[in-house]
Design a protein around this ligand. Sequence first.
Ligand SMILES: CC1=C(/C=C/C(C)=C/C=C/C(C)=C/C=C/C=C(C)/C=C/C=C(C)/C=C/C2=C(C)CCCC2(C)C)C(C)(C)CCC1
Ligand SMILES: [Fe+2]
Length: 330
Amino acid sequence: MGGAARPFAPLGTGSVRAGRPLRIAGLGLAQLGAALVACGLIASALLPREASWLAALGAVIVLGVPHGALDGAVAAPLLRPRYGRLWFGVFALPYLGLSALILLAWQVTPLPTLAGFLALSVLHFGEEDAGPGRPVEAFLRGGLPIALPALLHPEATADIFAVVTRVPMAQLPAWWTAAAWLWLTLAAIVVPFRLAAHPPRRAMLAELAGLAAAFWLLPPLTAFALYFVTLHGPRHMRALVRDPVRAPGIDTMGRAVLAALPIFGLTLGLGAALWPLYASGSADPTATLLTLTLQMLSALTVPHVLLDRLASRHAPPPPTFADSLHRPSR
Ligand SMILES: CC1=C(/C=C/C(C)=C/C=C/C(C)=C/C=C/C=C(C)/C=C/C=C(C)/C=C/C2=C(C)CCCC2(C)C)C(C)(C)CCC1
Ligand SMILES: [Fe+2]
């Protein structure tokens, strides 16, 4: 998230001669891809429920999970100087151990684990969307994808989480509804003041309005997939591309995608290995995929967020004016 800004190199830059990104009708290749994915997801909302769940989960897995697979590229510069070729084991073992504990927690105490997952998601989404050092904006923006489905589509959201937790849920847990109302009340109080004090950029207003419309008009899982694969994942990858310190080898979106592939493959392998365990309790493969995907996302989120914290703590402070006099500019 932090770090010195570098011009954003759009996806596909590497394959375009003379470094000029391919543009069609004024859109870069990355924006065009995102627009196509968004149209596909919106259209999938017209399908029967099972099919629309499959489309949303497919997008979350194929297009959303790779942003977390870049954690390897963030950990390597922290660990390789000290552990040499053993760095991946030193990184992966605690990462997997922590994830395994969360998967176990879903079996033992599903509802408290759900509450923890939602709280961590607000933090994670908010920090990514608002940027560091903006706790109020982070709470408001991170809370939006969690609160709006509870307020606008409580039954459909309860149906999803009854499958994920494997706990019958005729309606959403009262604590979720109460937290969603609290978020809405705080937003209604804080937003007018902030709008008056700092008029926001038009792009941010458009993003928030688009997100609110998606969570209002689309089924909740489709709206979540849209947010996760067109905003959250790309934003995380762009932040790494722009940060020369946290992942030094990742300086274009094309490189970021390539660097994510090996660990993404490993993650798919882990999912495939866990499948029989999850399928044994359910007759419906779509429900199994929903449970496994959401539980795995939550399990990976804990080390994913911790690593982000550790990496920002190890990042050198931003250069001072005196530094800039001694160092050649990038
Ligand atoms: C490095 C590594 C790895 C990998 C990793 C990864 C790949 C990660 C990822 C990560 C990630 C990828 C993360 C994520 C996150 C996510 C989240 C945080 C989410 C959340 C969500 C939510 C919370 C939702 C909800 C909902 C729904 C679902 C529906 C409707 C409604 C709502 C919206 C509410 C491995 C293990 C292989 C090995 C070791 C090392
Ligand atoms: Fe993330």
